[in-house]
Design a protein around this ligand. Structure first.
Ligand SMILES: [Zn+2]
Ligand SMILES: [Zn+2]
Length: 265
């Protein structure tokens, strides 16, 4: 009774056909992907231009570039981020945001981006990665994430679903709300062939807490190659199963995100 023929849904990449039959109350108009990598990350395979064309094919309105910051082996030099101001605001009709996926480097939540390199960057994703942060206790991970959230430059916590960094999801959701930071549902973490084991269970627990406390979330493809830009299929399956409220999914409300990051250009 909930099903009817609907328009194709941006981000429902797991549906290969143009017309999908889905539950109408979970239709979401996902307009942006802010977690993507280019060749500059050192272990990704597409150019900025290829990613933008892929985002356009997906029907997105906003594409965000978020290469790994300097602490990740093989990542770009600080100058790469300092020069991001030359990236046009619109390329091939796609609105482009300049971001970075910074590494959380200690349990105080410091990130590996100096203020000069953040000057021309619109938004920051802060993530825990094995080469940059040693796994510790739940308290230490909470301190690291909360410390990062308290940094006014940080807007998103990337893939807080990693079993190697266990956390208290209720406290994490409350801290995100308090600091106006979004928790990411990372589509790559949910890939059954991925390396983040138990990500699905962790994401479900996180989303339960975000729903309970009305905390904004953001879907990120974490694409390391252009065909995966804007791919949110695994994430959407979970949101659908949970009847997660669209009002809390920031990808549907780019204006709200732009306001949050103080975007005025
Ligand atoms: Zn990451
Ligand atoms: Zn990433």
């Amino acid at each position: 009774m909930y099903e009817q023929l609907v328009q194709p849904i941006i981000g429902m990449g797991y549906k290969e056909c143009c017309w999908s039959t889905v539950r109408t109350e979970v239709i979401m108009n996902l307009k942006m992907d802010l977690h993507t990598h280019t060749l500059a990350s050192g272990h990704a395979y597409s150019t900025l231009e290829e990613n933008i064309r892929a985002a356009k094919e997906r029907g997105l309105q906003y594409y965000g570039i978020s290469d790994h910051a300097v602490g990740m082996p093989g990542a770009a030099h600080t100058f790469y981020f300092m020069n991001m101001r030359i990236i046009p605001r619109e390329i091939h009709g796609m609105k482009v945001l300049r971001g970075v996926e910074a590494n959380i480097v200690n349990y105080q939540g410091q990130i590996d981006m100096v203020p000069e390199s953040l000057r021309f960057i619109d938004y920051v994703i802060a993530s825990a990665h094995i080469p940059c942060l040693k796994p510790g206790t739940v308290d230490e991970h909470m301190s690291a994430y909360i410390g990062a959230m308290e940094n006014p430059k940080v807007n998103i916590i990337g893939h807080p679903d990693d079993t190697r960094y266990p956390v208290d999801y209720e406290q994490l959701a409350l801290a995100a709300k308090k600091n106006n930071v979004m928790l990411e549902v990372n589509n790559t973490s949910l890939n059954p062939n991925g390396f983040r084991v138990n990500a699905r269970e962790n994401i479900i627990n996180m989303l339960k807490m975000c729903k309970k406390h009305e905390v904004d979330i953001i879907l990120g493809s974490d694409a390391h190659i252009s065909p995966l830009v804007g791919e949110f299929g695994y994430a959407m399956e979970i949101l659908t199963e949970m009847d997660f409220p669209e009002e809390l999914v920031i990808n549907c409300y780019p204006e709200k995100f732009l306001e949050l990051i103080g975007f005025t250009k």
